[in-house]
Design a protein around this ligand. Structure first.
Ligand SMILES: [Zn+2]
Length: 428
C-alpha cells in the first residue's frame, strides 16, 4: 500500500476499510483491529447507577449490544439481511464497586464502569459535565493478531441523575440508550461517522423530518435523533469490520482513489455515497486512507453496503473542522492541535472518465470503480512502514489525548490508549 496512487486496485481484496475502523495496524498492512471471533466478554461494575439498579443497567447494556448484534441491511422489497457477526457476553459482575483507586487491578478485563459521581472521568482528564459516557480502547491489544484484548466504557452517573427508569419513553432516557449503543460501537472498534455534518443545523431544527439522518456513530447524540437505533451508515461500518458472507455477496461497493496535487494518495477526505431516491437517510460514508496510519499517502476508499440496481451519487469533501480530539475521525484530528484535512472544496466523484455523475451496480457482490480524482492541494503523505521487528517490541507512542494524571495512576490505560467521549448533547 505504500505510495499507493492509481495502481492500488490490485490490493482491493485487502482493503477492509470504509465505514470507519478506529484502530488499524500501525505497521500499515491496511488491516483494522477487531475482537477475536467478533466477541466482547464484558464485566459489569458492582451496584447500580443513578436511579437504576444493577440488574436494570445490565439489561440496558445487553439491549445496546443487541442493537449491533442484530444489525442488518434491507434489500429492495424490504427483505432484511443480517450482515454482521458480533456478540457480547456478560462475563460476570465485579464484587467491588470501581473507584479511581481500585480501577487499575481490574483493567485486564473489559469493564462497564458506573461512575456515580464522575470521579473516574475526572481522574482521566474528562469533564463529567460535558459527557454522558467515554470509551477507552487500545491499551490492551495484540499487534501480532490485531485483536483487542480489553476495553473500558465509563457511564457517567451525573448524566443519569434525572433519568427515570420508570419512564423509558423519556427523551433523556432515549439519549442514554443512544449513548450506550454509540459507546459499544467504539468498543467494537468503530470510529465516528461524520455523515450529514454539513446539514446538522437543518437536521436539528427539524428533527421530525430528518429524524433518521444522523448515524449513531455521529460524534453528537441529538435530542430526538433516534440514534438508539442504527443508521444504514452504522450497519455498513460494523458489517465492514465483522462481515457475514451475505454482506459481501448480496450488496455492492464503490471504490476509488483520491490523489493530491502531488499525485500521491490523499488521506482524510470524507467520501459519501447517496442514493438518488433518499440522499440523507440511506447515505453511506467513508474516509479515504483510513485503514492506514496518518501520513500513509493512501487515498483509496471503498463504500460498501450499496444496494444493487439503485442509483447513487458520490462526492468527496471535508470533515467538520470541529470534529477534533474525542470527536475526531481517523486518521486526522485526535492529537492536540491537529485538525481534519482542509483547504479543498466539496466536489462530485465521477465514473467512466468523467461521463457518469450517477452510478449503480447491476450484480450483487460487484465493486464499481470510480474515477481517480485529483485534489488541488498536496496529499501531505510521507508514511514509511515501520520495521515490523522493531514495532512488535516497541510500545505504541502514548497519544496526547490520554496523558492526564489519573488518581488511579494506571500506566497501562495511558500507553497507547485512545479515548472518545463524542457524546456531548445538543439540547432542545
Ligand atoms: Zn464517540
Amino acid at each position: 500500500m505504500l505510495g499507493c496512487v492509481c495502481g492500488c486496485f490490485l490490493l482491493l481484496p485487502r482493503l477492509l476499510h470504509a465505514g470507519g475502523p478506529w484502530f488499524v495496524d500501525e505497521k500499515g498492512s491496511g488491516v483494522p483491529y477487531t475482537w477475536a471471533g467478533g466477541t466482547i466478554i464484558w464485566y459489569a461494575d458492582a451496584g447500580g447507577l443513578g436511579a437504576f439498579s444493577g440488574a436494570e443497567i445490565i439489561d440496558q447494556v445487553k439491549k445496546a449490544f443487541d442493537v449491533w448484534m442484530n444489525a442488518g441491511l434491507h434489500l429492495p422489497g424490504m427483505v432484511k439481511v443480517n450482515t454482521v457477526q458480533v456478540s457480547a457476553v456478560l462475563g460476570g459482575i465485579l464484587k467491588e464497586k470501581l473507584t479511581p483507586e481500585n480501577l487499575m487491578k481490574h483493567l485486564n478485563k473489559t469493564l462497564i464502569i458506573y461512575d456515580e459521581d464522575g470521579s473516574i472521568l475526572t481522574g482521566e482528564g474528562v469533564n463529567p459535565q460535558d459527557v454522558a459516557a467515554v470509551t477507552f480502547l487500545g491499551a490492551k491489544m495484540d499487534p501480532t493478531t490485531l485483536h483487542h484484548l480489553a476495553g473500558v466504557t465509563v457511564l457517567n452517573g451525573l448524566f443519569l441523575q434525572d433519568v427515570d427508569p420508570a419512564n423509558p419513553g423519556g427523551s433523556k432516557y432515549a439519549r442514554f440508550l443512544a449513548t450506550l449503543v454509540h459507546e459499544f460501537g467504539h468498543l467494537f472498534n468503530l470510529d465516528h461517522s461524520a455523515l450529514n455534518w454539513e446539514n446538522i443545523n437543518e437536521i436539528v431544527s427539524d428533527i421530525g423530518a430528518f429524524g433518521k439522518a444522523l448515524p449513531t456513530m455521529y460524534p453528537v447524540i441529538v435530542e430526538g435523533g433516534g440514534q438508539e437505533t442504527l443508521h444504514v451508515d452504522d450497519v455498513v461500518a460494523i458489517s465492514t469490520l465483522y462481515p457475514r458472507a451475505d454482506f459481501t455477496s448480496k450488496f455492492c461497493a464503490f471504490a476509488g482513489v483520491l490523489v493530491g496535487s502531488d499525485s500521491l494518495g490523499f488521506q482524510g477526505a470524507h467520501v459519501v455515497a447517496r442514493p438518488v431516491k433518499d440522499p440523507m437517510t440511506f447515505a453511506i460514508s467513508a474516509v479515504s486512507g483510513n485503514a492506514l496510519p496518518q501520513g500513509a499517502a493512501d487515498g483509496s476508499y471503498i463504500v460498501r453496503g450499496i444496494l444493487p440496481g439503485e442509483k447513487y451519487t458520490l462526492s468527496y469533501g471535508k470533515i467538520n473542522p470541529a470534529f477534533v480530539m474525542e470527536s475526531s475521525l481517523q486518521p486526522y484530528g485526535d492529537e492536540e492541535g491537529e485538525t481534519p484535512r482542509s483547504g479543498f472544496e466539496n466536489a462530485p466523484i465521477t465514473a467512466g472518465n468523467g461521463k457518469a455523475t450517477t452510478v449503480l451496480c447491476n450484480a450483487p457482490g460487484e465493486t464499481v470503480m470510480m474515477d481517480t480524482i485529483q485534489l488541488e492541494i498536496p496529499s501531505g503523505g510521507t508514511f514509511q512502514a515501520k520495521n515490523p521487528l522493531v514495532s512488535a517490541s516497541t510500545p505504541m507512542a502514548p497519544p496526547a489525548t490520554a496523558t492526564g494524571g489519573s488518581p488511579g495512576g494506571d500506566p497501562e490505560t495511558k500507553a497507547g490508549a485512545k479515548k472518545t467521549f463524542g457524546c456531548t448533547f445538543v439540547l432542545p
